[in-house]
Design a protein around this ligand. Structure first.
Ligand code: DGL
Length: 266
């Protein structure tokens, strides 16, 4: 196998990371992709950091042992926030997280330098976003807020309900009161309710979704080492720890084509 034909590996706690696969399909259609959704152990957000780190290592180890990988993307914000440097130290291939690309994208659009970040309890408690943002720009003011119910709203297909609006208004009010002009959607699930968040925040606030920024970073990393795979349609393999049928159904809807998932029991 040619080095450029090796796959990009991705992990997420569930289907949310498919928002990034969608962007990879758009920007790097020739790439081969292997994806692991840890659906039996999601959500990661409320779990202790060491547990999420161990799960992520287990998944990367599995994919590294069974697939030919040239790049790995931790598509889950929580798993990135609690352990990116740890994973990078353990494996020989480059490992990219979703925080830094999202943070850079936010700094590009913010004029007031007052940036909001929303994510799971784990991501917000880790303070990883404020750390990355202030390392990139010490002048920036970061206001963060855990929004644990958003994942449940998306998972239970309750996004387009009055309750979702109410929950969003109550979570986002403190950020609005801080006068932010940019809001980072620091969780894989939030792009799936972006229209609700946009309605609540209004046009004065730009919403930044890290999927596009991360796919562009992946393209840069591969281009630098001459590993881009040209072409229009790479192959894709999906693994899950929970019910493959359920994942395939939601995933096909999200990606717009039929897919098959295989269950892996650790
Ligand atoms: N994938 C997680 C993240 O991006 C959200 C879902 C979960 O809590 O597992 O933070």
């Amino acid at each position: 196998m040619l080095a450029r034909e090796k796959a990009i590996g991705l992990l997420d706690s569930g289907v949310g990371g498919l928002t990034l696969v969608k962007e990879l399909n758009r920007l790097l259609p020739g790439e081969n992709i292997v994806y692991f959704g840890d659906t039996a152990r999601m959500p990661y957000g409320p779990r202790p950091p060491h547990e999420v780190r161990d799960f992520a290592v287990e998944i990367i180890e599995f994919l590294a042992a069974t697939q030919d990988l040239k790049l790995f993307i931790v598509a889950c914000n929580t798993a990135t926030a609690v352990g990116l440097a740890h994973y990078q130290a353990l494996f020989p291939f480059p490992i990219l997280g979703v925080l830094e690309p999202g943070a850079r994208a936010a700094l590009k659009v913010s004029k007031s330098r007052r940036i909001g970040v929303i994510g799971t309890e784990g991501t917000i408690a880790s303070k990883a976003y404020p750390q990355v943002l202030t390392a990139l720009d010490p002048e920036v003011k970061v206001f963060d807020k855990a929004c644990p119910l958003f994942v449940l709203l998306v998972e239970n297909q309750l996004v387009d309900t009055p309750e979702a609006d109410k929950v969003a208004r109550s979570y986002l009010r403190p950020l609005q009161e801080q006068g932010i002009d940019t809001l980072i959607l620091g969780c894989t699930h939030y792009p799936l309710m972006e229209h609700v968040l946009a309605r609540v925040m209004g046009d004065q606030v730009a919403l930044v979704n890290s999927a596009t920024a991360t796919a562009l970073s992946a393209r840069d990393i591969l281009a630098q080492s001459d590993l881009l795979n040209p072409g229009q349609r790479g192959w894709q393999r999906f693994f899950v720890s929970g019910d493959p049928q359920n994942f395939a159904e939601i995933g096909s809807k999200l990606l717009g084509y039929p897919l098959r998932a295989y269950r892996v029991v650790f």
